[in-house]
Design a protein around this ligand. Sequence first.
Ligand SMILES: [Zn+2]
Ligand SMILES: [Zn+2]
Ligand SMILES: [Zn+2]
Length: 303
Amino acid sequence: MSELRFNELRGEPVAYAVDRQERTFLPSRAKCPLCPTLPGGPETEIPVSAYEIAVFDNRFPAFEAPHGAAEVVVYTDDHDASFGTLSPERAQALMWVWRHRYSELGAREDIDYVFIFENRGVEVGVTLHHPHGQIYGYPFLPPVPGLEVAADARLGGCAPCALLAGELDDGRRVIYENDAAVAYVPYAARWPYEVHVVMREHLASLLECQADDLDGLAGALQAVARGYDALFDRPFPYVMAVHQAPTGEIRTGHLHVEFYPPLRSADKLKFTAGSEQGAGTFVTDILPEKTAAELRGAVARAA
Ligand SMILES: [Zn+2]
Ligand SMILES: [Zn+2]
Ligand SMILES: [Zn+2]
């Protein structure tokens, strides 16, 4: 069982999922729990010999009913694929799976925020290489989406709408755009290669998206993921965070996806240290305009 405590000094909850210490850590390929179960072979987490997308409860949950949820979303049965290399059709299907999980988990009384995310690469603590993401259903509004709600109030309207308009107007940090979504390195990015993919229209969540919106979102996310891999010609680690309207008392938001890559060059990590951890202020040695120009080139090369 996990336990939730409130950290008074920070004003935020901290979750303790003590069983997680025992979880599978970088198993050999033959023991991958997310691969299909082959005839005559050992049973994996997925008891079928082939599949497209699989969703199931996390065996080592940080949150579980009746106080939230933790699910695993496996993108493909191909162990060596990645989000960026999925076929466009599969990436689009994944958007529908995300939409369905947002709808179902968001409808639950005990879930105030549905958070879809992917950790990619050992640099961000990945314990399984098989391409997959996760979904947490939090029984409260977590601090980061809470800050976005506060940004709307501070700006007197939708913050992503205002920020997107500013980025399109400036143009220097835009790295990719299509009919549905725009990808840019934010004006005040915290990570050197941070990218936000923002829906052009004010759509609160995946539930407000039509098929064209989801196709455009999938295309933009894959363009960014492939551009990342092309940038330094290596698998690019990142955290991918889907932000959308909370599902508790507050229900306003603007669907967008944020990528936080921990690299500051091909082989150097950006560590969060004294200023970032102790004072909460990111200090970064590359301007967003420069990393955006590099990423724009990489996205074009990878297209
Ligand atoms: Zn696998
Ligand atoms: Zn908006
Ligand atoms: Zn956000």
